[in-house]
Design a protein around this ligand. Structure first.
Ligand code: KG4
Ligand code: ZN
Length: 355
């Protein structure tokens, strides 16, 4: 079976093709991503209206390029992200998928974006160059740490379509915290890669930052950490809490910025690894997978390797950030395992969809 996946929940317009066989092995056939990130850099974050307009321009060329290896006749079904995400952005992908499902007479599968991120780890082979993939799919039970710009979740998958959400962020996502800290110290958007790079020059133990204590031990909170970074930055340049944050990039020295990046990254990553380790000890999963944009963070990978008594098979960074292939992969399992299809005449977006 060959599945086309369409993704447009944030600032990436993406489509991918995945083939699934009788043994449920997934082969990546194409993965096309057009990002409007460059247009958002000057604002330091995604501007929803600009993202939605960019999706409209990009979606047809992206889908056309993605289906090139096979052509419509060989495609068995269409999968599309219908939530969670930005309303205007989701609408473009969902309306495109609905129209294509009707015009090409293909079954349509509605995909939860966060669940989709996890399924990037089920792609195990590809004829495409420059992809580093795990050699086998994750075994169940599987503990999934989902860390992106919009989500921070710990989920226990007992099997396909049988999972429990152990905990999630109660405010900012971890990637969002990276983006906000980057803005405070004047590093470019997206903040994850730029904070990670700056952190290499700093001392991760230069000062301390607090970790939030949550009622549910698997929940996260990053807004207090971000505020603590802001207060530290203001104090570091001899100012109090009334000092405008937009003036901080000018007022801070380069070594101060590097230390802030290093300490913040250590504490943010420690927080997610602490909880992953507690969940690992409680549930003894057969595998652990990491999904979402922050999964490519080096500090996360090294802390996990150091502290978790199980080896993690990472997928390619191109499949960690938003992409259509992960949506196609979850769609492929839905199609193969007889999950229900969506009505192409009535599928609606769900911007606040949870797991
Ligand atoms: O999964 P993704 O592409 O989009 C969402 O679904 O949110 O994740 C984007 C997020 C951004 O917040 C970005 O700063 C973060 O992932 N990110 C990273 C790294 N690369 C991307 N965070 C930390 N370290 C990285 N290397
Ligand atoms: Zn995402």
């Amino acid at each position: 079976m060959v599945i086309l996946g369409i993704e447009s929940s944030c600032d990436e317009t993406a489509a991918g093709l995945v083939e699934i066989n009788g043994s449920l092995d997934c082969l990546l056939l194409s993965n096309v991503v057009a990002s409007s990130m460059d247009l958002h850099v000057q604002y330091g974050g995604v501007v929803p209206e600009i993202a939605a307009r960019s999706h409209i321009e990009a979606i047809i060329p992206v889908v056309e390029e993605a289906i090139t290896p096979m052509g419509w006749d060989s495609i068995d079904a269409i999968a599309v992200t219908y939530g969670a995400g930005l309303g205007g952005s989701l609408l473009v992908g969902v309306m495109t998928a609905r129209s294509l499902a009707i015009a090409k007479n293909k079954p349509l599968y509605a995909i939860n974006h966060v669940e989709g991120h996890v399924y990037a780890n089920f792609i195990t082979s590809t004829p495409l160059p420059d992809y580093k993939l795990p050699s086998s799919p994750p075994s169940f039970p599987c503990l999934a740490l989902i860390v992106s710009g919009g989500h921070s979740q710990l989920v226990l998958f007992r099997d396909h379509f049988d999972y429990t959400l152990l905990g999630q962020t109660q405010d900012d996502a971890v990637g969002e915290a990276f983006d906000k800290v980057a803005k405070i110290i004047g590093l470019p958007y997206p903040g994850g890669p730029s904070v990670g790079k700056k952190a290499l020059e700093g001392n991760p133990r230069a000062f301390s930052l607090p970790k939030a204590k949550m009622q549910n031990k698997y929940d996260f909170s990053f807004s207090g950490l971000k505020t603590a970074v802001l207060r530290h930055a203001q104090a570091a340049c001899g100012q109090d809490f009334t000092f405008a944050s937009r003036l901080l990039p000018e007022a801070l020295t380069d070594p101060q910025k590097a230390d802030i990046a290093a300490v913040f990254q250590r504490v943010a990553i420690e927080t997610v690894v602490d909880k992953t380790l507690v969940a690992y000890n409680e549930f003894s999963p057969a595998s652990v997978v990491i999904a979402g944009g922050v999964a490519s963070n080096h500090e996360l990978r090294s802390q996990l390797a150091e502290r978790l008594p199980i080896e993690i098979a990472y997928t390619d960074p191109k499949l960690c950030t938003d992409n259509g292939a992960m949506i196609a992969t979850l769609g492929a399992f839905k199609a193969k395992l007889n999950q229900s299809v969506s009505d192409p005449y009535s599928l609606v977006i769900q911007p606040n969809l949870s797991m």
